[in-house]
Design a protein around this ligand. Sequence first.
Ligand SMILES: CSCCC(=O)C(=O)COP(=O)(O)O
Ligand SMILES: [Zn+2]
Length: 206
Amino acid sequence: MDKQRKHLTQQIIQAGQFLYRQGWSPATSSNYSTRLSAEQALLTVSGRHKGELTAEDVLVVDWQGQSLEEGKKPSAETLLHTQLYQWRAEIGAVLHTHSNDACVLSLLEQSTELRLHGYELQKAFTGYTTHESTLVVPIFANDQTIPRLATQVQQWLDTHPDCVGYLIRGHGLYTWGAQMSDALRHIEAFEALFACELKLRALRAV
Ligand SMILES: CSCCC(=O)C(=O)COP(=O)(O)O
Ligand SMILES: [Zn+2]
């Protein structure tokens, strides 16, 4: 295994350990990837426990979502990763998680967008410099047909160049960054903001 692949594989393994420990990737859910080259990504094998990943649980895919390694089945949601690498050349890592808060909030919010405003933590997102901005997180209907879901996502991305993440209703979160550390920071910030939103909504309901 070359040095670059080894390094990026370690990043995926460590991300899985962290995200599982946080409770954001339970029960074999979630998938993670890093850009390997201009035309390929390293991605988690489908169905693996994300807190116990080894180097064998990662494979190379092309932008069509095809496995380039015999005997390894890529994540069921591969196209949701590869479309992001094609959308923006600066994206170096994509993370998809299944936290309880992301699921509950996406089910509670009845519109097709979650609007985050007034939080200092919005500045944790690349490109956001003030709490006075509004961070719009689209919520797509869950769909077992991933190419169809990817088409919905693509329509949003094409018209929202500043998008930093999205929710799939009752399913989970996708976010990304220039490097794995950026994508992890985005996950942490989203999770903190989701927790705040849930608390606010609960308090307002009484
Ligand atoms: C057990 S969760 C259902 C599948 C899913 O949503 C997920 O994130 C994991 O799928 P993968 O094929 O990447 O393991
Ligand atoms: Zn999922």
